[in-house]
Design a protein around this ligand. Sequence first.
Ligand SMILES: [Mg+2]
Length: 196
Amino acid sequence: MLTIDGLKKALRNAQSEIEAHKDTLTDLDRAIGDGDHGINMSRGFDAVSAILDDDYESLGALSKKVGMTLMAKVGGAAGPLYGSAFVKAATAFGDATEADFPLVKQALEEGAASIKARGKSEVGQKTMVDVWEPFLKGLSDSDDYAEKLDRLVHDTEDMKATKGRASYFGENSRGTVDPGAMSSAIILKAIMKEVG
Ligand SMILES: [Mg+2]
């Protein structure tokens, strides 16, 4: 079960993991982008952690606030994508104060659909979609979430980017893990850990 406190804990863990990987995210984005992903995500999750001390009456209310905060603070291409994912997930959570595995999965699927629609991207383009969609596809509560997420992040290394700024690097985008895939895995790992 994912409770309101559980989601708060997940977001605090995500913040500390993003902080721990800030330089890596920056280096990856410097290789195939504009080098701001680590800084943007760190700023966004610092802002998220600041709203976690407030009281929320539902998972939907918390998720919506997180989404609005990420939209306002992350910037770059990732801000609107992550922001809209949490806002859309909020509609799935609704008034629930705790969510079982199927509801969490449904909320994340809403989030993934929003990322795809906003980013106009599909699987195989070396973006965060390459983590969100295959992770959720056929996901069961007996899966090793962390192992699956690590593998999906690793799989973006050999892909050629055909979407976003990284696509300007063409063949040279191969050999670098997608930074958005890595930050997505950090966030999803933190959430799934609290689902149990
Ligand atoms: Mg960037």
